[in-house]
Design a protein around this ligand. Structure first.
Ligand code: SF4
Length: 79
């Protein structure tokens, strides 16, 4: 019985981690990828980390426009 509980809890934790990693990849995929630093976070990866702390940071990416911006807003549940 204890073994089943441990396996269930471990599976839940791994599932949460995998969903988190997948969402971070999605955020990075929808940034322009210019690594221009205009946002103030040094690179698009820096922006991804900043978005994880405050999702409104995406507004600091000036090259982000159009469809990519709309798709990122969907991922971040904005609007
Ligand atoms: S401003 Fe946008 S494109 Fe430039 S580094 Fe920041 S996130 Fe990347």
């Amino acid at each position: 019985m204890i073994g089943i509980i441990i396996i269930t809890i471990t599976s839940l934790i791994l599932g949460i981690i995998l969903v988190s990693i997948d969402n971070e990849d999605e955020i990075l995929k929808h940034l322009p990828g210019l690594n221009c630093g205009v946002c103030g976070f040094g690179s698009c990866k820096g922006m991804k980390d900043a978005i994880n702390k405050d999702k409104n940071n995406y507004l600091k990416c000036k090259p982000l426009r159009g469809k990519k911006k709309e798709e990122l807003e969907k991922i971040l549940n904005i609007k």
